[in-house]
Design a protein around this ligand. Structure first.
Ligand SMILES: [Mn+2]
Length: 256
């Protein structure tokens, strides 16, 4: 059984005409084209607010990593510049769960609980990364419980930055191995998704994580919309934003 968490509530102020959602960019130094596409998007977006629903980064080993020149600092500067123009909300994914209060303070963005209900006009959108809704992924859920604990995070963050970066590199090559091994990736459980939606009194769930962009009718009155991951080097490139309107419309926008 998938536990049903109490969703945080967020009320969109009247000034927001549109809200944009992205997720699963997996930003990393070895994918410069995806980073450039993201930077361009962050500079140009005219959304009333931006919601990043997890896995913005392939790895985040602690907010202090942004304190030295390099990729993490560059990304932090971009987040800060966007957050000066519009509200930016950031949810943890299964990769970047160590983004913390330091990053939020440094950039002016708001960390978002998973799940969160966005009340936008008359419509309630349930926003989640999606990893907690995949009960078949049993090994991962055990790992998730472990690394979300204050004890594990405290112990990990107590290690020197260089050591944490080395551990992240190790995990990354392990995950590359996994990708090559053609294993079956678990998907979101329909019953669990319906329970979360009913509990939150929301009609539509928006999530990422599975990298299977689609829209699913769960029953007559509930839907789930799956965000695309980002890969500028793929053919065709996968660079997509989900734009929500106050009237309940949701539209996928491929980036140029
Ligand atoms: Mn994920």
């Amino acid at each position: 059984m998938v536990p049903v968490p109490r969703a945080q509530e967020l009320l969109a102020p009247p000034a927001w005409r549109t809200v944009e959602c992205i997720s699963d960019l997996h930003l990393q130094p070895s994918a410069p084209a995806t980073f450039a596409a993201w930077r361009g998007y962050m500079e140009r977006t005219r959304a009333g607010a931006l919601f990043i629903l997890g896995d913005l980064f392939e790895a985040w080993v602690g907010d202090d990593a942004a304190g030295e020149p390099g990729f993490d600092a560059d990304c932090t500067a971009i987040l800060a510049a966007t957050a000066r123009r519009l509200p930016v909300f950031l949810m943890h994914g299964n990769r970047d769960f160590l983004m913390g209060a330091g990053l939020a303070a440094q950039t002016g963005l708001t960390l978002l609980e998973d799940p969160t209900v966005l009340q936008f006009g008359a419509h309630r959108w349930l926003l989640t990364h999606g990893d907690a809704l995949c009960p078949e992924d049993t090994d991962y859920l055990v790992f998730r419980d472990k690394v979300r604990s204050a004890k594990w995070q405290g112990d990990f963050l107590a290690q020197p930055l260089a050591q944490r970066q080395a551990i992240a590199r190790g995990l990354r090559s392990e995950s590359e191995e996994h990708k090559r091994s053609d294993r079956h990736y678990p998907d979101v459980d329909t019953e669990a998704a319906l329970q979360w939606l009913r509990d939150a009194d929301a009609g539509v769930m928006v999530h990422g994580h599975t990298h299977r962009p689609a829209e699913h009718a769960l029953d007559a009155t509930h839907r789930r919309i799956v965000l695309s991951d980002w890969d500028a080097a793929a053919q065709p490139p996968r660079l997509e934003v989900l734009r929500l309107q106050r009237d309940g419309m949701a539209e996928r926008l491929p980036l140029p």
